[in-house]
Ligand binder design. Sequence first.
Ligand SMILES: [Zn+2]
Length: 83
Amino acid sequence: MMNCPQCGCHSKVYDSRFLAAKASVYRRRICQKCEHRWTTTETTDATARTAPEPTDIEACREIARLTRIMLERATLADSTSGR
Ligand SMILES: [Zn+2]
């Protein structure tokens, strides 16, 4: 839990985004008492990255799906070629 730099009260995160290019997580925080707003950043080591962008996961799944289809078609072509 991060406290407000202005009054020391509890804050909450109202927005966060992951920047793949910088391997950083940006968090927009707002104080629950004085409504002071500020941003915190967390930089992750590229090798220890545990939160890839959703688009990365989608792309990986799509590639895996297409690869499987191509392999299935290749196997089918082999079995129908007569040898
Ligand atoms: Zn505050």
